[in-house]
Design a binder for this molecule. Structure first.
Ligand SMILES: *Cc1c(COP(=O)(O)O)cnc(C)c1O
Length: 396
């Protein structure tokens, strides 16, 4: 017996090995500090949990329409209008089991065997695997640290071939925290419109943004790019609702209709109770998001300043999300206790065993020579973890 070729092409999550090892160490009683988390450390706000309890008590526990309840779609349309200047009808919205699921559905309905999908690196870990699952091939386009890890219109132009079907953009970015300003998106949109390629815009970190940075949805720039764009967003990151599994997408009717058909035969509707909770999260006051961002900003400021003072690290100040992506290429090739640090995974491994700190190697995001550290953990942990890292780095 053999498994499908399709599934043998996808790799297990590259972050899994290190998190498994960190977990094993914790189970043995070692005090491991986790900078690997991909989710906010805050609890889901109380009013959202209350809404879920109410939904259960009222018996809202049955199948809903496969693409989501009308009321939630209407609230999502209102959100797009108010936050992004985008006008969609409820028929142009799908609610899925997380933004990841919306991304999966979108890639499945757009791409097929032989298509190329432009993916700027560093990229979020699931994109290349989801692209491969559709039969298409990822075309990795390396962005430069000097340009804040952003794709430029010029780089995009150069990477497009006859086979190019889709571009995946993620702003604010996981892992780099890069935020694309409006002018840069305009230049990218111009290329996409001219070459007629679809754009998936993953805007899951939209609300986690700092200082003068402003979030712009590429779909909002003009009607021609809106026709080619699938905007993906969700409640996981903004409302600390990662476990509830509610994400959504907005796109022209034919794309949403196809995604809904696919979803109706795979997962059916996303969780009914979580849909009510998400409705509350989106419609109620946004103070909890603002409080979370204020806290994240303090941690980011500390982490960036501190990392830049540690030997071997150099770090840009991210403008969004809750990760830093320091350059550690200065220590690659050096040794610690006779062990050569050949790449970012061996450095991550060393930091785990010696500093008792879990970080994710840049290679997981298609870029060796970097690490990703999440600051979705208390300032106290951040201080302790960076103290530990500094001690180890001073011995390399
Ligand atoms: C967390 C994350 C997602 C997935 O979010 P869910 O709604 O929890 O599925 C999608 N894209 C990026 C870049 C993420 O970091």
């Amino acid at each position: 017996m053999s498994l499908s070729k399709r599934v043998t092409l996808i790799s297990p999550s590259a972050t899994l090995a290190i998190t498994a090892k960190a977990k094993a160490m914790k189970a043995e009683g070692v005090d491991v500090i986790g900078f690997a988390a991909g989710e906010p450390d805050f609890d889901t706000p109380e009013h959202i949990k209350e809404e879920a309890k109410r939904a259960m008590d009222k018996g809202f526990t049955k199948y809903t329409p496969a693409s989501g309840i009308q009321q939630l779609k209407e609230a999502i349309c209102k959100k797009f209008n108010e936050d992004n200047g985008l006008d969609y009808a409820p028929s142009q919205i799908i609610v899925s089991c997380g933004a990841k699921h919306s991304l999966y559905n979108a890639i499945q309905v757009i791409c097929e065997e032989g298509d190329g999908v432009i993916l700027p690196s560093p990229y979020w870990v699931s994109y290349p695997e989801q692209i491969k699952l559709s039969g298409a091939s990822p075309v990795i386009v390396k962005t430069e640290e000097e340009n804040g890890f952003k794709l430029t219109a010029e780089l995009l132009s150069k990477s497009i071939t006859k086979r190019t079907k889709l571009l995946i953009l993620n702003s604010p970015s996981n892992p780099t925290g890069a935020v694309y300003p409006r002018e840069e998106l305009e230049a990218i949109a111009e290329v996409a419109v001219e070459k007629k390629i679809y754009v998936i815009s993953d805007e899951i970190y939209e609300k986690i943004i700092y200082d003068e940075a402003r979030h712009t949805s590429i779909a909002s720039l003009n009607l021609r790019i809106k026709e080619l764009t699938i905007v993906v967003n969700g409640v996981s990151k903004a409302y600390s609702m990662t476990g509830w599994r509610i994400g959504y997408a907005a796109a022209p009717d034919d794309i949403i209709e196809a995604m809904s058909r696919l979803q109706s035969h795979s997962t059916s509707n996303p969780d009914s109770i979580a849909q009510r909770a998400a409705l509350r999260a989106i419609s109620a006051g946004q103070e909890p998001v603002k409080e979370m961002v204020t806290e994240f900003r303090k941690r980011r400021d500390y982490m960036v300043e501190r990392l830049n003072s540690i030997r071997g690290f150099s770090c840009l100040k991210p403008q969004g999300a809750f990760y830093v992506f320091p350059n550690v290429s200065a220590v690659l090739g050096k040794s610690f206790n006779g062990h050569r640090i050949s790449d970012s995974s061996s450095l991550a491994e060393l930091l785990l065993t010696e500093a008792k700190v879990a970080v994710v190697p840049g290679s997981a995001f298609g870029r060796d020579g970097y690490l990703r550290l999440s600051y979705a953990t208390s300032l106290e942990n951040i201080i302790k973890g960076l103290d530990n890292i500094e001690k180890v780095m001073n011995r390399i």
